[in-house]
Write a protein that binds this ligand. Sequence first.
Ligand code: GNR
Ligand code: NI
Length: 186
Amino acid sequence: MAIRDIIIIPDKRLRLKSEAVTAVDKPLRTLVDDMFETMYAAPGIGLAAIQIGVAQRVVIMDLAKKDDPPEPQVFINPEVIGASAEKSTYEEGCLSIPEYYEEVERPSAVKVKYLDLDGKPQEIEASGLLATCLQHEIDHTNGVLFIDYISKLKRDMVMKKFKKAAKKGEPVKPLSEDKEPSHHIG
Ligand code: GNR
Ligand code: NI
């Protein structure tokens, strides 16, 4: 097992459409193991393979509450095959856009088909946080980020901040701490 580096914006790989998994084999299980170790270390509640630079349609998740037993879930080649008309709003974050959080509206419930770790086709009807997280992760497999759903003004601000930090090779501070010092008052 190994913790892998999580790539962050503006890394262009986050915009790739990942390739379908063709074999649920040993190397895939190793990838999944590494993804869990990476996600738990971050920590996060979900992870798509592209976030560690692997453009394969693999998503993992663990929505267990802190201090409850772990509930690892794996979705291979996940696909939304149905969505409710009803929407719900959730404050989302992303390990590839560290420390930025914004409300996103998505269908409240979705039906998703996928393969399990035995390569067996499965379907799940998800609501609540699972529905939000599945949509967030499936978006990653298609090169879509949650900032694509916020206003252009906010998105441009976030991208600018991360581009600047990437150029300087600096860690990115939360936007709340990003106020420029005043030049006129002591
Ligand atoms: O850890 C994560 N938390 C989260 C919160 C609200 C909606 C989606 C997520 S997923 C995110 C981890 C991540 O970036 N997955 O791609
Ligand atoms: Ni994410």
